[in-house]
Write a protein that binds this ligand. Structure first.
Ligand SMILES: Cc1cc2nc3c(=O)[nH]c(=O)nc-3n(C[C@H](O)[C@H](O)[C@H](O)COP(=O)(O)O)c2cc1C
Length: 329
């Protein structure tokens, strides 16, 4: 059996169990389409598609459709917070199903309502988790697979290394996908060999020709070593992996005293989270589109260690798949 023949591949309907993970603000339509066209599955990040890249949601999906006829997925961040955002997420989900999307990656919150909405149409839901207790909750909500976000991941990293996390989740009876720390083909093959059903990559796909993030951001990823990645609370209120630069050093990585106080209160916690959500959406959009002079936060994971150049997304998917085939042979 080929290492590529996994439950993720069959659930997503693709030949290569490799997810080009959702990235606010980096998931632009051309990147999502290129990853899918090469045999992986590109995930649409709806806030990125609409707010950063300026597309009406349905028109954006149709633009991707014109670039590839192959399966794509949708990311649903479903943390309880703003009612207005959740209402919009529900509408986006309906439109995605109408437009033929059948693979969904949920993060935060309880994914049950997403499963209830998409499963009758044949939709499959994989949920991002960092620990077994969240995995059990997600499975009670009916998800079909888990994405194990480890301590090397870009975005909101988890606390545990990849091998330990798989050990915690392997007996739950659903496919487990590795997210975090995979920058090159040998790491992808190693994850499949460990027993992962595939991998979700973020940082590697920013350093691609199709990603419209600023060239300075891509160059910073290529240049960075794993030690340059630090976790900061200053963007979203919870630890977010970013590349250390003069700006990060100047402002520090801890939330300010007022924010910390508000995050502790039962009611103020929700306001503070909303403030963070709005502020981070604006700041991250600006940072990804402007050059180094913006002195801002550039998100990336420790996979920077093995990312040596900017490449077409399709070449990455094909190279990873070839390495997995060669390893099995
Ligand atoms: C710039 C950036 C933005 C991200 N935004 C999101 C997001 O909006 N939703 C989400 O579920 N995951 C998000 N992630 C996590 C990725 O989908 C993926 O799980 C992670 O990047 C894997 O780790 P890697 O960067 O080491 O490959 C983001 C990651 C990065 C690097």
């Amino acid at each position: 059996m080929s290492l590529l023949d996994t439950r993720l591949a069959s659930d997503a309907g693709v030949p290569v169990p490799l997810i080009c993970g959702a990235m606010y603000p980096c998931s632009n339509p051309e990147l999502v389409a290129a990853a899918s066209e090469a045999g992986g599955v590109g995930i649409v990040q709806p806030v990125s598609l609409t707010y950063v890249h300026g597309h009406d949601f349905r028109e954006g999906l149709r633009l991707i459709r014109r670039l590839t006829a192959k399966p794509i997925g949708l990311n649903a961040l479903i943390e309880r917070g703003s009612k207005m955002y959740l209402e919009r997420m529900r509408r986006w989900l309906d439109v995605a199903v109408e437009e033929g999307i059948r693979f969904f990656v949920t993060s935060l919150g309880n994914p049950r309502w997403v499963v209830d909405r998409v499963a009758p149409a044949g939709g499959v839901v994989y949920h991002d988790v960092t620990e077994r207790k969240w995995a059990e909750k997600a499975l009670a909500g009916g998800v079909h697979g888990l994405i194990a976000v480890n301590s090397r991941a870009g975005g909101h990293a988890g606390p545990k290394p990849a091998e330990q996390l798989l050990g915690e989740l392997a007996d739950l009876g659903v496919p487990v996908v590795c997210a975090g720390g995979i920058g090159d083909a040998p790491e992808f093959v190693a994850a499949l060999r460990l027993g992962y059903a595939g991998a979700q990559l973020g940082t590697r796909f920013i350093a691609t020709t199709e990603c419209t993030a600023h060239a300075d951001y891509k160059a910073a990823i290529v240049r960075a070593t794993a030690d340059d990645i630090v976790l900061t609370e200053r963007v979203t209120g919870v630890p977010l992996a970013v590349i250390r630069n003069a700006y990060v050093d100047r402002v520090g990585t801890k939330a300010g005293p007022l924010a910390r106080w508000m995050l502790r209160g039962r009611r103020t916690k929700h306001w503070m989270r909303t403030i963070y959500a709005v502020r981070s959406v604006i700041a991250l959009k600006r940072a990804s589109l402007q050059g180094a002079s913006s002195a801002d936060f550039w998100q990336a994971g420790k996979s920077v260690a093995t990312i040596q150049d900017v490449q077409p997304a399709g070449a990455i998917v094909r190279r990873f798949a070839a390495a997995a085939r060669a390893a099995a042979a």
